[in-house]
Design a protein around this ligand. Structure first.
Ligand code: CTP
Ligand code: CA
Length: 222
């Protein structure tokens, strides 16, 4: 269907998008986080909605507004993000753009940790669940199309291809987060890996990357 002459190839489809960082508590006042701004994931959620999808955006703590026309669920930790994603299933497509904390503090302190004049505390970490790998695992609730991101600082194509195979997702959007300007920045230069091979996109605004990705997803479901 067309509204105002705009194609809506994703109408009737449900999309889940993860975005932003996670905060993994150390104690009630401290946490482990990362430099993700949520700009890319939020732009993807908005672009999918613009193509007619019903979008559930599961967002870690970010400093940007909820996109219009999207149902946004706010979470802090990776465990909460996984629970919110599972609660939002089923979906036709999932895009995991969040920079999920790889580790949490194994036993976060219940009270603010205090200096006691001795050695600094050592943080014992535990690995977080992999939301993208869970979504990609075969089963009745697997979305037909699962798209991951790969944040790398070196060997981009090689590491991203290995990540795609390891996680079992359909497409990987690989970006080089080395140097400055990408994480938290306005632009992104990505490599899209799929069964069709690798496609290098030029350096674009995050909004343009989101638009191209949404178009490609729209064509997939056409
Ligand atoms: N991801 C996820 N849950 C995690 C870790 C990552 O859903 N616990 C997703 C990210 O949203 C992204 C993809 O997996 O779509 C790749 O994230 P990345 O950090 O690049 O890869 P990792 O598998 O965590 O490996 P590493 O950080 O060691 O490179
Ligand atoms: Ca990681």
């Amino acid at each position: 269907e067309a509204a105002l002459g705009v194609a809506r190839p994703l109408s009737g489809r449900h999309a889940i998008v993860t975005s932003g960082p996670t905060h993994e508590p150390i104690d009630p006042v401290r946490y482990i986080a990362n430099r993700s701004s949520g700009k890319q994931g939020h732009a993807i959620a908005a672009a999918l909605a613009a193509l007619g999808a019903r979008v559930t955006l599961v967002s870690g703590p970010v400093g940007i507004a909820d996109p219009a026309g999207v149902q946004t669920v706010h979470v802090e930790t990776a465990a909460q993000m996984l629970a919110a994603v599972e609660a939002a299933l089923p979906a036709d497509v999932a895009v995991c753009a969040a920079a999920v904390g790889d580790w949490r503090v194994a036993a976060a302190a219940g009270q603010k940790m205090k200096k006691d004049g001795g050695a600094p505390p050592a943080l014992q970490l535990a690995e977080n669940p992999d939301i993208l790998a869970r979504l990609s695992a075969p089963g009745p609730l697997r979305p037909r199309l699962v798209v991951g991101f790969a944040a790398e600082t070196e060997h981009l194509a090689e590491y991203a291809a290995a990540k795609r195979a390891r996680k079992g997702c359909d497409w990987i959007v690989a970006n080089n987060v080395g140097g400055t300007g990408i994480m938290g920045g306005e632009e992104n230069e990505v490599l899209l890996l799929s069964d069709e091979g690798a496609q290098a996109w030029p350096k674009l605004s995050k909004r343009e990357v989101a638009g191209l990705l949404a178009d490609k997803i729209g064509k997939f479901f056409a």
